[in-house]
Design a protein around this ligand. Structure first.
Ligand SMILES: Nc1ncnc2c1ncn2[C@@H]1O[C@H](COP(=O)(O)OP(=O)(O)OP(=O)(O)O)[C@@H](O)[C@H]1O
Length: 766
């Protein structure tokens, strides 16, 4: 029996060599597939001409090969990361995609991590083995196996297992100890059981994932998107998946995760970007943003629209047929009532208003001419003349104009009078002052949900377009069904994994691809279409969303197939949520399910113990997640004189940059300190990025407000003036809690005045 340490090392070396052989074989297979797809792509691209059907087939074939090639190149790193040895003696390797031996009855060589057969890799424990005797974690750098970690699942192991029940603990800790790069990485190799259950939860209904900082909510949400796309490919390829994040920097931070999992058909967006054509770059006060986020804004906007449906005090006089014509109050009032009663949107109801007005005015003109002498045809002629009369049309336009959301909102927010009329029941004078701004001001993120709401209230008069489009779609579908039938008989198109065309494509999808924008993914089409509805919507940092933003997202997902991810304790925005029930009940009553994450993978216990006292000071019924790591590095504080604050913060930042040696540092400070302290940091560390800019993620230092750092993480965090953060907002405790928990290793606090009691115990740095 090999029992000595030297023997064990020899065994280990042999195992690494054996795994290397297997992993090399997998890479050979991957290369073969790449070559095959490149060859097929080149062949397809070389072909020209032919019938429309042949061209469609070629387009589809090109798209399939391109998709496949990008998937094959995405899985290059960490292609295979695990192995399961079963009671039956069978072994399965687990990796980023499925590979098969087509010369040997399609025996699986590598199992996709999302396939049901891979599940025990994430869930099996010594106490609940699910037929697994050993789980092996295979660590690789490029194509070389560098280390293995074996977990033998027997009763001895059950006794020794860590209190947090982690799988592949050494591999996990090695992943967590890596320096941060400014880009979030995927976690396929080390997904933990509580995370796996969420990732693979069914697609229907609203799933809320509540978890403290660093529990992997974002990671889980993104892996869930990849899992859902794999499992419900057909449904989701058509409608697409939307992932919503709080700001563009955050979206850049997470942007690589799904492509690295071979998935590109997902739209990443902030709520502010969901209104096509509007770039929300403007800034506004927290009060204005909060007021605009309130659900009362629905009524305010409704009132603003109704205000535009006018009746004259007495009458408007126009000249028609060289005679004065009175557009009188009572006629207008009747037409308006009829139009409003239709319950159609403003621009659609406008047609009813105009129709009523033209027929009433035609009768007036007929009376003047002597109605007894006229028949219906004459009256219709008068009506047509009225429609063609500029004066009459202008008058009616003034009474019920065609409206655009952007113009209406701009006019509402820049006119004290309009704003007062629309909001007098909901906002007081001081609140209205906070909302008022210059006409033509830049759009802000909280305007986007208002524009979307207005687009619903105003509607577009596109009935003819819609009818024509429906007809075209019917024709395309019929055509695509024919093409599909022919293609299924064509063995050439079947790819080496024996995927039949109908497995990846149905007539509906084929018809969509055949349209002029056929090479766009659903996500790309959705980005330019305000009314697009998604197959699944994932909302990250969901606690920050206002009531108005929720309305937009619910409209984008009528099926209510949603994953809502967040942490009530981290709510910073005063427009944000204080309970999931409160937020969701208007849409799904109690029909949502809750999953919780309890382990913190990011922040070490040395920092979490400080965060814990902050959380207990907040009035939230939540517990601090358990940290998986301790680093032995104690957080520290430094009290400095007020006039020295900028230079001392710059000094500490430089020191921390050295300490993390190529990692990332964040300086988190109150908004008011940005302009004072930012320049002195940049002077000392010129590569530092100042403010929220997606490119800043590449910089060694980012200087941000807490709000701007939501969802991000850094090797070291320097928190400046936490007592000011506390006093700045009613959610100040939350802000300090978020600030502390951005760190993966080190924490420094620099302050001038007394610290909040929860931070007073920090080690003092001289
Ligand atoms: N199973 C895992 N294996 C390896 N790394 C993990 C795992 N789970 C989470 N992590 C890492 O932990 C860190 C925190 O994850 P993530 O940002 O998803 O947490 P979060 O809950 O969204 O945090 P917050 O709410 O504070 O923004 C990330 O670096 C992530 O890659």
């Amino acid at each position: 029996m090999s029992d000595t340490r030297a023997d064990r090392e020899l065994d280990h070396t042999d195992s690494v060599a054996a795994e290397q052989q297997y992993v090399s074989m997998l890479y050979d297979k991957l290369d073969e597939l790449r070559q095959y797809n490149s060859r097929r792509l080149a062949e397809t691209l070389r072909e020209t001409g032919g019938t429309p059907q042949a061209r469609t087939e070629r387009d589809i074939s090109t798209k399939m090969h391109i998709d496949k090639l990008s998937q094959l190149s995405a899985v290059e790193n960490g292609l295979c990361f695990g192995r399961l040895d079963l009671d039956s003696g069978e072994r399965f390797h687990i990796g980023r995609l499925g590979l098969f031996d087509e010369e040997n009855e399609y025996t699986p060589l590598l199992i996709d991590w999302r396939a049901p057969a891979a599940r025990p890799f994430y869930l099996a424990t010594a106490a609940s083995r699910d037929g697994v005797v050993r789980r092996r974690h295979i660590r690789t750098t490029r194509r070389t196996v560098t280390d293995l970690e074996d977990e033998v699942l027997d009763l001895d192991a059950a006794e020794q297992s860590s209190h947090l029940g982690l799988a592949g603990e050494a591999t996990l800790l090695a992943a967590l100890d890596e320096r941060r790069t400014g880009k979030m990485g995927d976690i396929v190799a080390t997904i933990q059981a509580e995370q796996d259950r969420i990732i693979r939860s069914g697609m229907n209904g609203v799933l809320v994932v509540q978890g403290g900082p660093g529990t992997g909510k974002t990671a889980v949400a993104l892996h869930r998107a990849a899992y859902l796309l794999y499992t419900y490919r057909q449904q989701l390829t058509k409608r697409g998946v939307l992932v919503v994040g709080p700001n563009p920097t955050f979206l850049r931070y997470i942007g690589q995760v799904l492509p690295s999992l071979g998935e590109t058909g997902v739209l990443l967006s902030t709520v502010g970007e969901l209104y096509p054509g509007v770039v929300a770059t403007g800034r506004e006060s927290a009060e204005a943003a909060e007021l605009k986020g309130r659900s009362e804004m629905v009524s305010v906007l409704n009132n603003a629209v109704r205000e535009r449906q006018q009746v004259p005090k007495n009458y408007i006089e126009v000249t028609f047929d060289r005679e004065p014509l009175h557009i009188d109050k009572s006629t207008c009032s009747q037409a308006r009532t009829k139009a409003r009663k239709s319950r159609k949107s403003h621009n659609e109801a406008r047609k009813i208003f105009r129709r009523e007005m033209f027929s009433a005015l035609a009768l007036q003109v007929a009376d003047r001419l002597g109605r007894d002498l006229l028949d219906q045809r004459d009256i219709d002629d008068i009506s047509a003349e009225l429609r063609a009369d500029t004066g009459v049309c202008e008058a009616l336009e003034g009474l019920w104009p065609e409206l655009e959301p952007t113009t209406l909102l701009d006019e509402l927010l820049s006119s004290p009078e309009r704003l007062r009329k629309a909001s007098r029941k909901y906002f007081d004078e001081q609140q209205r002052q906070a909302l008022l701004r210059e006409s033509g001001a830049e759009w802000t993120p909280s305007d986007a949900p208002l524009l979307d709401e207005l687009a619903e209230l105003l509607g577009e008069d596109d009935s003819e377009q819609q009818q024509a489009q429906r007809q075209q779609e019917r024709e395309e579908l019929a055509y695509a069904e024919g093409v599909l039938h022919i293609m299924e008989q064509d063995e050439e198109i079947i790819d080496p994994e024996r995927l039949r065309v109908s497995d990846v494509l149905d007539a509906d999808l084929l018809a969509q691809r055949h349209r002029t924008d056929s090479d766009m993914t659903a996500a790309e089409r959705a980005a330019g279409d305000r009314t697009w509805t998604f197959g699944h919507v994932i909302i990250d940092e969901a606690q920050e969303l206002s009531a108005m933003a929720w309305r937009v997202l619910m409209r984008r997902c009528p099926s209510r197939s949603m994953t809502v991810v967040g942490d009530i304790a981290q709510t910073g925005s005063t427009a944000g949520a204080s309970s999931w029930h409160e937020v969701l009940s208007p849409y799904v009553a109690r029909r949502w399910r809750l999953e919780e994450l309890t382990i913190n993978y990011r922040t070490p216990s040395e920092i979490m113990s400080r965060a814990e006292s902050l959380l207990s000071a907040m009035d939230v019924d939540l517990s601090v997640p358990n940290s998986v790591r301790s680093t032995g590095v104690e957080p520290y504080r430094l009290r400095v004189a007020e006039e020295e604050l900028p230079t001392r913060v710059a000094e500490v930042t430089a020191k921390e940059t050295g300490a993390v040696d190529g990692g990332r540092v964040a300086v988190l400070l109150p908004a008011g300190e940005l302009s004072e302290i930012g320049p002195s940091i940049v002077e000392r560390t010129p590569e530092a990025a100042f403010g929220p800019q997606p490119e800043g993620l590449e910089a060694p230092v980012m200087v941000l407000t807490v709000d701007q750092a939501k969802g991000l993480e850094f090797d070291s965090v320097v928190v400046v003036e936490p007592q000011v953060l506390l006093s700045e907002s009613s959610r100040g405790l939350s802000d300090v809690y978020v600030a502390l928990t951005r760190s993966t290793t080190r924490l420094a606090v620099v302050h001038t005045g007394d610290l909040p009691p929860e931070l007073q115990g920090l080690e003092i740095e001289e």
